[in-house]
Design a protein around this ligand. Structure first.
Ligand SMILES: *Cc1c(COP(=O)(O)O)cnc(C)c1O
Length: 384
């Protein structure tokens, strides 16, 4: 537009017609199907949004992309446009909390049933009414990496749609469409935006698969604004640089933590000790910027460690240039029994690495862990 190197932010919510003939032409072309031919009203598209969608489609190697106002708007519109009353979905355990809530609390109200299964139990969960399989890759906070290739072999055989929320991976580390996945979803709020200054979601796939989801977006209304689309385009320019740096730093951090006596367990797919290391090494080109680890000293030790850390902020998100650490158990419940049932251990810290100096990050962690209880009993750690 205007030969501008940087995409302009087009704030118009309305696009006008030169004559009534233009309206007739637009309606006729819409009736014939196919992608939108011009702008009319901001809920159906905007030039800055279109530019961001083209970028997202290229990044994931898809024919088309749809931008939404948040990751949740992308997920809910996708699932609701795929399934109707009487249909059944299979989701793999370890979902983002709000996605799990949508699937277990909301979809049943509209007669859509879902089974939560382990990656290995999908076959057994398939019913005649099953429409789709949805999973995250990697999952949060244990960073499990379902074997998308074998899942796709199964879903294709049964004619099911496969959707992957690849927020943790980004297209830099994982290209699910190349593995045969039908629809990729991202919370663009995280790495794609990368600077903790926008909320957006993305859905990528073939034009055919996305047509119904685009229709749903126009009805439900979860479109991204032009300013967020612009910020996303801007963030995308450095995506590969940021993610590669975060991959490297997270690997260093994970290796440091694995040898630390105050740490009882490290969850990072780049470590050979991770249960999905082999799958991740086969399917992904990087292991991501989030490391989860458990402290031997449990709830209090994890809180002490987070409070002592000077570089990471304390907060709920990840994917930005600033490191952020969070004690997952605190978000689950104040009740120890409920926490135990959630599968998230009291001593677990999710550390989302930013782009700071890795030496500084490790020095900071070493100080924060000093004196905390060590694994295998009681002693206090001086750190390695
Ligand atoms: C954050 C997140 C979401 C939700 O995205 P929003 O942009 O916050 O709505 C969905 N899935 C995963 C894996 C996430 O981390």
């Amino acid at each position: 537009m205007y030969d501008a190197l940087t995409m302009p932010i087009v704030m118009s919510s309305t696009y006008t017609f030169g004559s009534t003939d233009e309206i007739r032409d637009l309606v006729a072309r819409k009736a014939a199907g196919g992608p939108p031919v011009r702008y009319e009203y901001g809920r159906y598209g905007n030039p800055t949004q279109t530019a961001a969608e083209r970028k997202l489609a290229e990044l994931d190697g898809g024919e088309r992309a749809l931008l939404f106002s948040s990751g949740m708007a992308a997920i809910t519109a996708s699932l609701l446009s795929l399934a109707a009353a009487g249909d059944h979905l299979i989701v793999i355990d370890g979902l983002y909390r709000r996605t799990r809530e949508f699937v277990s609390q909301y979809l049943p109200r509209w007669g859509i049933d879902a089974t939560f299964a382990d990656a290995d139990d999908i076959r057994a969960a398939i019913r005649p009414s099953t429409r789709a399989v949805f999973f995250e890759m990697p999952t949060n906070p244990h960073l499990r990496v379902p074997d998308a290739e074998s899942i796709v072999a199964l879903t294709k055989h049964h004619g099911l749609t496969t959707l992957v929320d690849a927020t943790f991976a980004t297209p830099v580390n994982l290209r699910p469409l190349e593995l045969g996945v039908d629809i990729v979803i991202h919370s663009a709020t995280k790495y794609l935006g990368g600077h903790n200054d926008l909320l957006a979601g993305a859905v990528i796939g073939s034009a055919e698969r996305l047509a119904g989801i685009e229709e749903a977006r126009g009805v439900f209304g979860g479109v991204a604004g032009a300013l967020d689309a612009y910020l996303l385009l801007r963030g995308a320019k450095t995506l590969a640089l940021r993610v590669r740096r975060q991959n490297e730093s997270a690997q260093c951090l994970a290796e440091f933590l694995e040898h630390h006596s105050a740490v009882s367990r490290v969850h990072y797919p780049g470590l050979p000790s991770h249960p999905d290391h082999a799958v991740a090494a086969r399917l992904m080109s990087g292991f991501g910027g989030v490391v989860s680890f458990e402290l031997a000293g449990g709830l209090d030790a994890a809180a002490a460690c987070i409070d002592r850390l000077e570089i990471p902020h304390i907060g709920p998100t990840f994917g930005g240039v600033e490191s952020i650490a969070q004690q997952q158990a605190l978000f689950v419940s104040p009740d120890p029994v409920e926490r135990a049932a959630s599968g998230i251990s009291d001593g677990l810290i999710r550390y989302a690495v930013g782009i700071e100096s890795i030496d500084d990050l490790i020095d900071d962690l070493r100080s924060a862990l000093r004196g905390l209880p060590t694994r295998g009993g009681g002693g206090l750690s001086d750190g390695p």
